[in-house]
Design a protein around this ligand. Structure first.
Ligand SMILES: [Zn+2]
Length: 169
């Protein structure tokens, strides 16, 4: 009885291919070649910063940036999700070797890890190191060094509750 109430789209959906892993490995030219897949590597770094705009008064800075305006710095434990899109290689089944992606991304993040983002990072000079500005700056460093596929999304978590996402627009 249940099948009679399935929506039309569900009734005509083709069965998924069996042994999908084998398709990727041994069937060049199969559906795997036209599948576009996103893969994500998560990185971690810790850094200190202060959100402060010298064009605002001290009181405005305190009101706008709250605890992130504390004059003697404070730190965050950041998580960065690096998402790459592409078609799985027929020989490996990989969009990108995640070990190579990790190495490329960690080389960029090494500039930030255990650093003061306001003082220590030449490519953040004169940038208010908000999560938004950081994720855009990271995009410009990471997009050219992705080893395969193309960078389609970065998500930077400043806290487990606050994140900023950027896709290059
Ligand atoms: Zn902060």
């Amino acid at each position: 009885m249940a099948s009679k109430i399935l929506p039309v789209a569900a009734r005509f959906r083709p069965a998924p291919p069996r042994g999908a892993g084998l398709f990727f490995a041994f069937t060049p030219g199969s559906w795997a070649r036209v599948a576009t897949v996103r893969v994500t590597r998560r990185l971690h770094f810790s850094a200190a910063h202060r959100l402060h705009n010298p064009a605002f008064s001290d009181e405005e800075n305190r009101r706008i940036f709250g605890p992130c305006n504390h004059p003697n710095w404070h730190g965050h434990n950041y998580e960065l999700d690096v998402t790459v899109e592409g078609q799985p290689d027929p020989g490996t089944g990989y969009v990108v070797d995640l070990g190579l992606l990790r190495d490329a991304a960690e080389a960029v993040v090494a500039d930030l890890d255990h650093r003061n983002l306001n003082l220590d990072v030449p490519w953040l000079r004169d940038v208010i190191p908000s999560t938004e500005n950081l994720v855009v700056a990271l995009w410009h460093r990471l997009a050219p060094v992705v080893p395969a596929g193309r960078l389609v999304k970065l998500t930077l978590w400043e806290t487990p509750r606050n994140s900023a996402e950027y896709s290059g627009e």
